[in-house]
Design a protein around this ligand. Structure first.
Ligand code: IPM
Ligand code: MG
Length: 355
């Protein structure tokens, strides 16, 4: 198959982690006889430097016209003082909205090899946690009106029934393919938008009698994720709660550097990115963990290109790499073999086999 992939290297560690993911994709192409064509897209701080805009329209169009987009990370201190509507992160939000990718899937799954890398107790980790957070991605407070007037700053949080319903469906469908448990997370004791969220979820539940729906307030959920993560199968939640809870849930795996994500809308053209940021403090030092990006590339093959064997091959190669006790600094522990970003990519590639 021939696939056109838009590639956004971005800022900070973005270029180095994306490089490793592309090397992995090239090896997959070679093993399975595919052709992946890459189109470079400038977004984030580097686009501000080049064009004075974090995502010029022409760059967005390259993404919309691709078969899928692979993204490293954007942002950095250098652009901290630019106005809100011009920040590197704004490029990412415009990309998500421009591609219409409302459904963000963030798996937090414990790798058995990393049970000593997580800050959680062994008794908690041994339960074999495997959570998917389904995060609404193009609505809510991220996309409401933002303004500052004198000493008052305003950010508007707004959701419509239809926005909630479409992400709710993804939550139910995702749970249906797994352990059939869906936890809807909101703050309905305080927010109108959350009361609407809860109402829509329960309405939808009538269409999914095989899925067990539960409700949880977001503050309680933040506690339960570390107290008893095994209780969760699929969590569905709004944009900002999903942002926060997915960082928290990543600690179940030991490092945020391990977590990939997929973002999809109504077509198969998706956006694939690790959930971590651009980590400017370690940029260019060849110490970043590229696995979140490599696993994001695997998700692209699985969800957008219908190449599940190829995706399995990547995930198995990552597992074999961990089995051999190699670790980047973020998941390093006693007795393991420390490697850098490039070496990590090379070792994963050396474990890639046609399934
Ligand atoms: C994420 C990031 C982004 C978000 C930032 C960089 C805008 O934290 O993907 O989780 O808040 O969505
Ligand atoms: Mg985040």
């Amino acid at each position: 198959m021939v696939k056109n992939i838009a590639v956004i290297r971005g800022d900070g560690i973005g270029p180095e982690i994306v490089e490793q993911a592309l090397n992995v994709l090239n090896k997959v192409a070679e093993l399975y006889g595919h052709t992946f064509q890459y189109t470079d897209v400038d977004m984030g701080g580097c686009a501000i430097d080049k064009y004075g805009d974090p995502l010029p329209e022409a760059e967005l169009q390259k993404c919309v016209n691709s078969d899928s987009v692979l993204l490293g990370a954007v942002g950095g201190e250098k652009w901290n003082d630019v106005p809100g509507h011009m920040r590197p992160e704004k490029g990412l939000l415009r990309l998500r909205a421009g591609m219409g990718v409302y459904s963000n899937n963030r798996p937090a799954k414990i790798w058995k090899q990393l049970s000593d890398a997580t800050p959680l107790k062994k008794s908690i980790v041994d339960q074999g946690n495997d959570i998917i957070i389904v995060r609404e991605l193009i609505g809510g407070i991220y996309f409401g009106e933002h303004k500052t007037e004198g000493d008052i700053a305003i950010d508007v949080l707004k959701y419509s029934e239809s926005e909630i319903e479409r992400i709710g469906r993804i939550g139910f469908e995702t749970a249906r393919k797994r352990n059939k448990k869906l936890c809807s997370v909101e703050k309905s004791n305080v927010l109108d938008s959350s009361r609407l969220w809860k109402k829509v979820m329960h309405h939808l539940a009538e269409e999914y009698p095989d899925v067990e729906l539960s409700d949880m307030l977001v503050d309680n959920c933040a506690m339960q994720i570390v107290k008893n993560p095994a209780q969760f199968d699929v969590v569905v939640t709004e944009n900002m709660f999903g942002d926060i809870l997915s960082d928290e849930a990543s600690m179940i795996t030991g490092s945020i550097g391990m977590i990939p994500s997929s973002s999809l809308g109504s077509t198969t053209c998706g956006l694939y990115e690790p959930i971590h940021g651009s980590a400017p403090d370690i940029a260019g030092k060849d110490v970043a963990n590229p696995i979140g990006t490599i696993l994001s590339a695997a998700m692209m093959l699985r969800f957008s290109f219908d190449m599940s064997k190829e995706a399995d091959a990547i995930e198995n190669a990552v597992s074999a790499y961990l089995d051999a006790d190699y670790r980047t600094a973020d998941i390093m522990s006693e007795g393991k073999r420390l490697v850098g970003c490039r070496k990590c990519g090379e070792l994963i590639i050396s474990n890639l086999r046609k399934e």
